[in-house]
Design a protein around this ligand. Structure first.
Ligand code: HEM
Length: 510
C-alpha cells in the first residue's frame, strides 16, 4: 500500500505540481532507482527513458542509488548546456573524481585557490606560470586546461610532440617487434609463410599506449616498472567501477591496479628531474606548477595517473574498431590503400599533412567509427537555477549528455543511423559540424587531445596498411560486438573474448 502511495506521489502528483521540471523516468524500487539497469546496459536504459516520454527528447531524470541525474538527449539541449558556462559547472565532477582517486582534501582546496593566495608563500611559486602568465587569475585546476591546450592544440609545441609521438609509433610498429603480448600462440598461419597471427585489439593497445606513454612521460616509467602497461590495461578495463562508485568488494581489481600505477608514478616523481628531461613540456609543467603551490609527490602522482589515463584510454580502441571495420569491408580496404599510398614517403616518413587533407575516405571512416563506438558523456552541475530545453534545473542538479543518444538520432544521421556506412560523412560533409556529432564533447571541456588523437590513429592505420600484408585469420570471422553491459566512459571495448585475429607478414611497401 505504502509503495503504491509512493509511486503515485513520485510519478503522478509531483510532476503535476512541478510541470517545469524534468519528469522522472519511473522505477520500481525506491532509492535504488535505475542503478542496476544502468550498470547492465546504460545506453539501453537511456533509450527506454527517451521512448517512454514519447520521443520528445525533453530532458528527463534517472535515479541512481538515491542520486538524481538529468539526461539530455537532444542535440540542441546538449549544445545549450555546453554554451552555458555561467551557471553550469564542471568543477563538482573534477573534485569528486580527485576524491575518488585518493587526492587529499588539502590538495583539492589548493588546486582551486586563487593564485594570489600563493603569491607570498615561497620564492619558488613566484616565477610559475600561475603567477606570471595568468592574466585572468585562474586557479591552477582551470589553468591546467590551458596547459593542455598549449601542448595539444595546433602549435609549435604540438609539432614537436607530434614528431616524437609518430616516431615512436613508427618504431614500435615493426614486424620484428611483434611481441608475445599480442601474438596469438595458437597460430593458424601456414608454416614457412612468415605470417604471424596476432590479436588486433592487443596490437593497437600495446603500440599506441607504449608510444604515448613514452612520448608524454619519457622512458623512466618502464625502467621503474616493466609491468606498468599491463597494470594500466587492467585498470583501464575496470576503471568504470571507480567512476561509478561500484561497491568496494567488487572493485578490488581496479583498486589494486590504481595503487600500483600511483606507486610507480610516485617513484618516478621522486627521481631527479634531470633524469626525466625526456618527458613532454605538459607533464613537466604540471608537476612544476603543482609543486610550487605546495602539493606533495603522492598527490601529484594521483593526479598524474588520471592524466596518463585520459591520454591513453581512447585512441587505441578507436584504432581497433577502424581497422576491424576496414578488414571486414574489402571495398573500404582497397579505397584506403589507394587513397593513402601517396602519403608514404619512406619507411620513416609518412606525410601527415597529406593524410589529413587528401584522404577523404580515411577521414570519413574515422568520423563514422567515432560516431558508432564512442559512449562518452559530458557532465555538468547547475550552480544556480538554469533552464535547458524549457525545463528548469534546480541548483545542485547534475546533468549528463550521453553521446550515443545524439549519435544515433535518425533525424540527424538518417534512417540507417544504426549501421556502419563509411561514406556517411562524405555524403553530407556538414555532418561533422552538426550539434549531434560530439565524439570529443564540447564547451569548456572539449577534448584538447583531438588533434593528436587523429594523428596517432591515422599514422597507426596507414603504417599497418602499407608496411604489412594483413589478412583476417582463417579468411572470415564474426565481427566483434560492442561491450554494452559495462558503462563506458569513452570509446567502447569489444565484448570480452571478441577480437579480430589477423595474420600479418612484412609487406613489400615501407
Ligand atoms: C580518440 C581519442 C579520444 C577521444 C574519443 C576523446 C574524447 C574525449 C571526451 C569525450 C572528453 C570529455 C569532453 C567533455 O566532457 O565534454 C575528453 C576530454 C579530455 N581529453 Fe580526450 N579523447 C581522445 C583522446 C585524447 C588524447 C590523445 C588526449 C591527450 C593527449 C586527450 C586529452 C583530454 C583531456 C585533457 C580532456 C579533459 C578536458 C577538460 O576537462 O578540460 N584526449 N576527451
Amino acid at each position: 500500500m505504502s509503495w503504491m502511495i509512493w509511486r503515485v506521489w513520485k510519478f503522478t502528483i509531483l510532476p503535476a505540481l512541478y510541470p517545469d521540471e524534468p519528469k522522472a523516468f519511473p522505477y520500481l524500487i525506491p532509492f535504488i532507482g535505475h542503478a542496476s539497469a544502468f550498470f547492465n546496459d546504460a545506453d539501453g536504459l537511456l533509450t527506454r527513458g527517451r521512448e517512454y516520454f514519447g520521443e520528445t527528447r525533453e530532458p528527463f531524470s534517472l535515479t541512481l542509488a538515491g542520486e538524481k541525474l538529468v539526461i539530455l538527449t537532444s542535440a540542441q539541449d546538449a549544445a545549450s548546456a555546453y554554451k552555458n558556462t555561467g551557471s553550469l559547472s564542471y568543477d563538482h565532477f573534477v573534485k569528486d573524481l580527485f576524491q575518488t582517486y585518493g587526492v587529499s582534501h588539502t590538495t583539492i582546496t589548493r588546486m582551486y585557490q586563487p593564485p594570489q593566495d600563493f603569491s607570498n608563500e615561497k620564492a619558488s611559486s613566484s616565477n610559475t606560470l600561475l603567477q606570471t602568465e595568468n592574466p585572468s587569475g585562474k586557479n591552477l585546476c582551470h589553468l591546467q586546461s590551458d596547459f593542455y591546450k598549449q601542448q595539444l592544440h595546433p602549435s609549435e609545441r604540438l609539432d614537436t610532440l607530434g614528431v616524437k609521438f609518430l616516431g615512436n609509433i613508427n618504431e614500435h610498429l615493426r614486424y620484428d617487434r611483434i611481441s608475445a603480448n599480442y601474438e596469438v600462440t595458437s597460430s593458424k598461419a601456414q608454416e614457412g609463410t612468415n605470417f604471424k597471427t596476432i590479436s588486433l585489439y592487443r596490437w593497437c593497445r600495446e603500440v599506441l599506449v607504449h608510444s604515448a606513454t613514452q612520448t608524454f612521460f619519457g622512458k623512466q616509467l618502464f625502467a621503474l616498472d616493466p609491468n606498468f602497461l599491463q597494470t594500466f590495461y587492467t585498470y583501464d578495463s575496470t576503471s568504470w567501477k571507480l567512476l561509478y562508485k561500484y561497491p568496494r568488494p567488487f572493485a578490488q581489481d581496479v583498486n589494486t591496479a590504481k595503487r600500483s600505477l600511483v606507486s610507480t608514478l610516485t617513484a618516478y616523481l621522486t627521481l631527479p628531474s634531470t633524469s626525466r628531461q625526456d618527458a613532454s613540456w605538459l607533464m613537466q609543467t604540471l608537476e612544476r606548477e603543482q609543486r610550487a603551490i605546495g602539493i606533495d609527490t603522492a598527490n601529484i602522482a594521483a593526479m598524474m595517473m588520471l592524466a596518463h589515463w585520459v591520454i591513453n584510454a581512447n585512441a587505441y580502441k578507436l584504432c581497433f574498431w577502424l581497422l576491424a571495420y576496414t578488414f571486414h569491408t574489402p571495398s573500404l580496404l582497397s579505397k584506403l590503400l589507394t587513397e593513402t599510398a601517396p602519403a608514404i614517403r619512406s619507411s620513416n616518413d609518412v606525410d601527415m599533412a597529406y593524410l589529413t587533407t587528401h584522404c577523404p575516405h580515411l577521414t570519413a571512416t574515422y568520423h563514422e567509427v567515432l560516431r558508432l563506438t564512442s559512449s562518452a558523456a559530458s557532465v555538468r552541475t547547475a550552480e544556480a537555477p538554469t533552464v535547458i530545453g524549457r525545463k528548469l534545473l534546480r541548483k545542485g542538479t547534475k546533468l549528463m549528455s550521453p553521446f550515443r543518444q545524439l549519435h544515433f538520432d535518425e533525424r540527424i544521421f538518417g534512417p540507417d543511423a544504426q549501421r556502419f556506412v563509411p561514406e556517411r560523412f562524405l555524403r553530407d560533409e556538414g555532418l561533422v559540424r552538426s550539434k549531434g556529432f560530439r565524439p570529443f564533447g564540447g564547451g569548456t571541456t572539449h577534448c584538447p587531445g583531438r588533434f593528436v588523437a587523429k594523428q596517432e590513429v591515422f599514422m597507426f592505420v596507414v603504417v599497418v596498411l602499407h608496411r604489412f600484408e594483413v589478412r583476417l585469420a582463417g579468411g572470415t570471422q564474426t565481427f566483434p560486438s560492442l561491450e554494452r553491459k559495462k558503462p563506458s566512459l569513452g570509446v567502447m571495448d569489444p565484448v570480452d573474448g571478441d577480437d579480430v585475429l589477423v595474420e600479418v607478414r612484412e609487406g613489400s611497401g615501407i
